[in-house]
Design a protein around this ligand. Sequence first.
Ligand SMILES: Nc1ncnc2c1ncn2[C@@H]1O[C@H](COP(=O)(O)OP(=O)(O)O)[C@@H](O)[C@H]1O
Ligand SMILES: [Mg+2]
Length: 363
Amino acid sequence: MTERLCQLSGGEALSCGPSLLKKGMEKGSSKIVDLESIERLSLRGANLTKALMAFSCKGIYYPRVLSVNRLLESVIKVIGQTAGIDIKIKTELSQEVAEIIGDDGQLYQTIMNLCLNACEAMPEGGTMTVKTAEVKPEEGFFMVHPGLRKGRYVSISVSDTGGGMDAETTEHIFEPFFTTHSLAERPGLGLSMVSSVVEGHGGCIDVESETGKGSTFTIYLPAAREKKREATPEQVVTLKGNETIMIVDNDKDFRKSTARWLNELGYAVLETQSGEDALHLLEDKKDDIDIVLLNMLMEGLSGEETFMKMRDMVPGLAVIICTGYSIDNGARQLLAEGARDFIQKPFEHDSLARKIRQVLDNH
Ligand SMILES: Nc1ncnc2c1ncn2[C@@H]1O[C@H](COP(=O)(O)OP(=O)(O)O)[C@@H](O)[C@H]1O
Ligand SMILES: [Mg+2]
């Protein structure tokens, strides 16, 4: 099944049929309405195909020993900047929690999706609470989840005080394309991605929710068997590095000044002036580029389109989005799709360098 999906060239072929048929038909006719629904569904099909390809075809599972708390801290830092001021973020991260083995990019995106959903569930404000704990589940847990390895687990839970869900909705939330938001702009793939990543990591996910009372999503991931690393003394923050950064931005002055300054810190910098150029360069230097600083507003391919195409070429590529505005819907959607951070222009050079180090060190 996976192989067949991989052959479907991203579903583009599926989505152009209805638009061709629509030509010459009367506006508002029932046939047009039907074709429009088919078109919407096939566009969403294209998105699903892409998401599935990213998960399954390209062998992008890069397991490492990871600290769940560090991963959460970096998600929360970004969420803290994107959530409205009416949303309070509480964290209860157990310092005793074991490490896990997993793909940090996938898990980052998973936790990011849960947090974005929690924030979206509280348009009037509220509290999001993120907790970690180490648990030794009882027999009953393994009866409900028979495929799971016996032993210790790390739990990550994201709770909100939003509107919650009724039982009927809860039953469908992990299905691809299920969304209660407007269909046109929402792929409704967040939670189906979350559940396939969690499953791929040998874990499971539980949901508790009640209408009017908020929701709690809890992920369980198998604890790594090896001993916990000794707590390291306060790490010295360094802004320097020797990795390769690609800057994608139309603005020559911005590129030059940022590149000069990153060079001084020790980084190698590749400059490209458009999404198209960035894709060509990435094709050539896939293995050399460690991180991308991508502008959202560009002529030609937009930042959003460039991001999607780059992600198809190099799944798991670390990308920091650069916007002229504070976080907007486009940038938020890219965080849900796996971008690692965002920075608003104009910015202090030091804050960019700190973000770059943080993303690279967690990568
Ligand atoms: N924390 C939450 N509170 C209430 N409803 C939620 C929450 N998280 C997810 N949902 C429901 O699950 C649906 C599917 O979520 P998701 O797969 O992330 O897609 P999307 O966010 O694009 O709608 C949402 O549309 C919403 O109805
Ligand atoms: Mg979502």
